[in-house]
Design a protein around this ligand. Sequence first.
Ligand code: CP
Length: 334
Amino acid sequence: QTGLKGKHFLCEQDWTNEELETLMDVASALKMDNLLDTHKYDELLKNKSLFMLFFEESTRTRNAFECGITQLGGHGNYLTPKATQIDHGETPQDTIEVLSRMGHGIGVRNTLVGGHAYMQKLAKYSKIPIYNMQCDLWHPTQSIADLFTIKEKFHNELKGRKFVISWTSAGNYMRPLSMAQSLITLMPRFGMDVTLAVPNKDFELMPEAMETARKNAEFYGSKFEVCNDMDAACEGADVVYAKGWGPIMAVGDDEKTGVEMINANPGWCVDSRRMSLAKNTAIYMHCMPADRGIEVTDEVADSAQSVIYDEAENRMHTIKALMALTMGNVASRR
Ligand code: CP
């Protein structure tokens, strides 16, 4: 047994490398089961209920959890603040104490209304595992799917690979910092040399996340650097990952800010010329939704180097593994 039953997944740093490797081992087995249509794990979470509490909308995360729990024999229950008493002020304690008595796991997306602090309040009282479906600080179910995808594409040989994230969202204006912070802190733990490519200092991440990325790189013998020149960042890269801007998700004044930021940094976009600076074996990644034509050109997003749809599919396999290990009782060879 793995001893992971009941463990929350709020941040990558809360899990050891060995635990994350276990999760990815189980994800590989579950993915193979799907591909071969062998249905070996159809009852792994039979009669278990997963609550999915979304403060904001989602395409990939919701459907990865919902399809995942269904495929493992359980049931997913979609909740929003409006569809519950949360909008009427019910406290995190009361919410989770009640849900803990009914179901077996809860995923929460909350990037704006409390974010990680809200999840920590839930975790304090929860008797069931809590999954961070994205908060203001971290997006661990995305980053682990990304790591799994990179391992697949490079046949588990990650040491010394250059991972570039082009990040263009300042502060918390339009999108939370979570995606970039999860990537810069996780990837160095698995041997990758991470370059955070940002137009200027206004786009840098929280000092605590930058410090964790530096410490992880030091501990695991990899590198972490910040670069304000996207051409230089893409030079020799194995993985180019773009994320940022965000006007498609912004509302009101934030939309104006997003447009102003884009206009102030023309050309900060992953295009074919920049991909040609990377290794010819390089892959292009994006957690999606992508601002095509702004963060990345169609030519790159739809190229043979692009793995964005594999990455999205792997959300489901890795999330199934997460639920199986923490809601069920899955044995692992590790
Ligand atoms: N990547 C991601 O989290 O996508 P959704 O916002 O659609 O869930």
